[in-house]
Design a protein around this ligand. Structure first.
Ligand SMILES: Cc1ncc(COP(=O)(O)O)c(C=O)c1O
Length: 375
């Protein structure tokens, strides 16, 4: 078979150069080579989280999928947590909060929607004080991006509430601005806009998060946020890390920073400018997909101001989603069905990571034909 491009909302397509990094010979995880490998990660991670030069936040990597980091984040905060729920992954935060013994509250809106900052403020005031608030920046299940600044603005009125943010399908696809958006704990797996195989997570924690976490008892071992951050900083991970993926992450962070993955129009850009160009590419791909949907009389699920730059969730408008997916698969492009209750009612295109606008144009041209044939 010719190509088989993964446009599902993660894992996404991984470049062969990155896969080759995973095939490097093993090294000891307590060796000098491992220290050198870990040191290659920090500059790129700081750019990915958008740390200000004066930032006191701490970056780290841990060998776990993103769900492990959700649990880890909660282990470091006080007992009362408010979870903003607008889809399957934000609901997972709420479930985990209960399972690790927190007094978990939720503000839930239907899938496809984001949050009214005034309603968040009211709940924090009426039912507070809360120790932490959880948010999924980009609900992969519905293609909804909640602007981080809108929640940060509310939290400015509730300065003691720690802001825990799932950046899974957002980071490396859009700017995080960790300090400017007042995040206390941000994390992501690497199989989305970082475009790596799954298996490790990246994390950033504020100093005040760490100070608070140190006061919490029963943080466990493997997901203890203090062990994770300090282990990374001391180049002594608490357990054996997935070294192959560390190689892949190091190369990808360096390639993004050196502009290697950018389209021709952006060639020559490096550093923060290269990361910004990557984010801009994702916005253009979202616009490209939306224009395609509208030219086929299809509507996006989220309102325009909440559409995700990395995942377009399109309402099926009565089209047979399974047949659409099969028709595109036959052409070498795999897109995703709707998630959970949205299965069959929506389909999702994950235009993230190292996918190109040219390749998206090819997918959308095939999708034109498939939609015509299905109608
Ligand atoms: C927004 C979001 N959060 C959390 C997760 C869970 O990630 P993992 O399956 O890597 O644990 C996903 C997975 O798709 C996700 O999209």
């Amino acid at each position: 078979m010719a190509q088989n491009l993964l446009w599902i909302p993660g894992p996404t397509h991984v470049r062969p150069e990155i896969l080759a990094e995973c095939a490097r010979p093993m090294i000891g995880h307590r060796s000098k080579a491992m220290t050198a490998l870990t040191e290659r990660l920090d500059p790129g991670l700081k750019l990915a989280f958008g740390l200000a030069p004066s930032s006191t936040a701490h970056v780290a990597v841990h060998t776990t999928s993103a769900t492990g980091m959700m649990e880890s984040a909660l282990k470091g905060v006080g007992p009362k947590v408010l979870c903003l729920v607008n889809g399957s992954f934000s609901k997972r935060w709420y479930e985990i909060a209960g399972l690790v013994g927190k007094d978990a509250h939720k503000l839930e809106v239907p899938m496809g929607q984001s949050f009214d900052p005034a309603a968040v403020d009211k709940l924090l005031t009426d039912k507070g004080p809360f120790d932490a608030l959880t948010l999924v920046s980009n609900e992969t299940s519905s293609g909804v991006r909640t602007p981080l600044a809108s929640i940060a603005k509310v939290l400015a009125k509730h300065p003691n509430v720690l802001f825990l943010v799932d950046l899974v399908s957002y980071i490396a696809g859009a700017p995080v601005d960790f300090d400017g958006n007042r995040l206390d704990f941000g994390f992501a797996g690497v199989q989305k806009a970082f475009a790596l195989p799954p298996g490790i997570s990246v994390v950033c924690a504020s100093q005040r998060y760490l100070d608070t976490a140190k006061q919490q008892k029963l943080r466990g071992f493997y997901l203890d946020p203090i062990k994770i951050i300090e282990g990374h900083e001391q180049r002594a991970t608490p357990a054996t890390p997935c070294i192959s993926l560390y190689y892949a992450l190091a190369k990808q962070l360096e390639d993004i920073t050196n502009g290697v993955t950018l389209p021709k129009r952006d060639q020559g850009k490096t550093g923060a400018a290269a990361w910004q160009a990557r984010f801009d590419k994702h916005v253009r791909m979202q616009q490209q997909t939306e224009a395609w949907a509208s030219s086929n009389d299809l509507r996006m699920l989220p309102a325009p101001e909440f559409q995700s730059p990395t995942i377009s969730c399109v309402q099926s408008g009565g089209l047979d989603v399974t047949k659409l997916i099969d028709a595109l698969k036959a052409k070498g492009h795999q897109i995703g069905d709707g998630y959970g209750d949205l299965k069959g009612k929506t389909f999702r295109i994950g235009h993230m990571g190292d996918h190109t606008e040219e390749s998206l144009a090819e997918l959308l041209a095939f999708a034109d034909d498939a939609v015509q044939a299905l109608r």
